[in-house]
Design a protein. Structure first.
Length: 243
């Protein structure tokens, strides 16, 4: 994608995120009536998103070089889809296009482009998106509006795509789960010990279980030697109470 006025190309992650979102829009043109063509258009985006959500801690969202692996592309699409859902007046195609056209018709690139169009700090959008990926339609919890996808209900939609589209798109079909692939590890909150690599725009998920009335505890967010992470990394710890 080139920006209007023949300026520099958009950053890889946002460029490809918009491209994959366009595939989704193309797919929706064939419903109702032509579910086979719908499957051909949409299956790749959902397949990529499965690869990302199965191990988000291992992949980037904010990626600026190369072509992006399938899991990374799943993250690109999911983030653009989330931004469109959050900043469109409704779920119609015309309302959605207002957001994507604003992202196209700009002098800005990447994270600055998203911030300018949405009027929201990019770090804030990342926090909301990361939480939405787990809680948007999690059972027995009503996510606040800023933590929801509006066009997809992934926990049920993955099963629908698994049952309806796999026989149409490939023989033999590629691996595609019938259940939502994001399964955070869980355990006693006071016993949390996690380590890993921070990938730009992504992170790890963990469900910390805390009994009612239990003594509070402190989480230490540090490097491998116990010292604070460099401020230039802009590390973030997002916590949401589910019960």
């Amino acid at each position: 994608m080139l920006l209007r006025g023949n300026r520099s190309g958009e950053d890889l992650w946002l460029n490809e995120g918009l491209s994959h979102y366009a595939e989704e829009l193309g797919a929706r043109l064939f419903l109702p009536g032509d579910s086979t063509t719908f499957c051909y258009f949409i299956f790749g985006d959902l397949y990529n998103s499965v690869q990302y959500l199965a191990a988000p801690q291992s992949h980037f969202l904010v990626d600026t070089v190369g072509v992006g692996g399938l899991a990374n592309r799943g993250a690109y699409w999911l983030f653009v889809r989330f931004v469109v859902d959050q900043f469109s007046s409704d779920t119609s195609r015309s309302a959605n296009n207002v957001v994507t056209r604003a992202l196209d018709r700009t002098n800005s690139l990447g994270t600055a482009n998203v911030t300018n169009v949405t009027g929201t700090p990019f770090a804030t959008l990342l926090e909301r998106w990361a939480l939405a990926n787990y809680v948007s339609d999690v059972p027995a919890f009503t996510a606040p509006p800023e933590l929801r996808y509006r066009r997809w209900r992934f926990r049920s939609d993955y099963q629908t795509i698994h049952n309806s589209c796999l026989p149409r798109v490939a023989q033999p079909p590629p691996p595609f789960p019938s259940a939502y692939p994001l399964f955070p590890a869980s355990g006693d909150g006071s016993a949390i010990t996690l380590s890993g690599t921070l990938h730009s725009g992504s992170g790890s998920y963990y469900i910390a279980q805390q009994a009612a009335g239990a003594v509070g505890f402190t989480l230490l967010f540090s490097n491998a030697t116990g010292f604070p992470l460099r401020a230039s990394l802009a590390p973030r710890l997002n916590v949401l109470r589910l019960q």
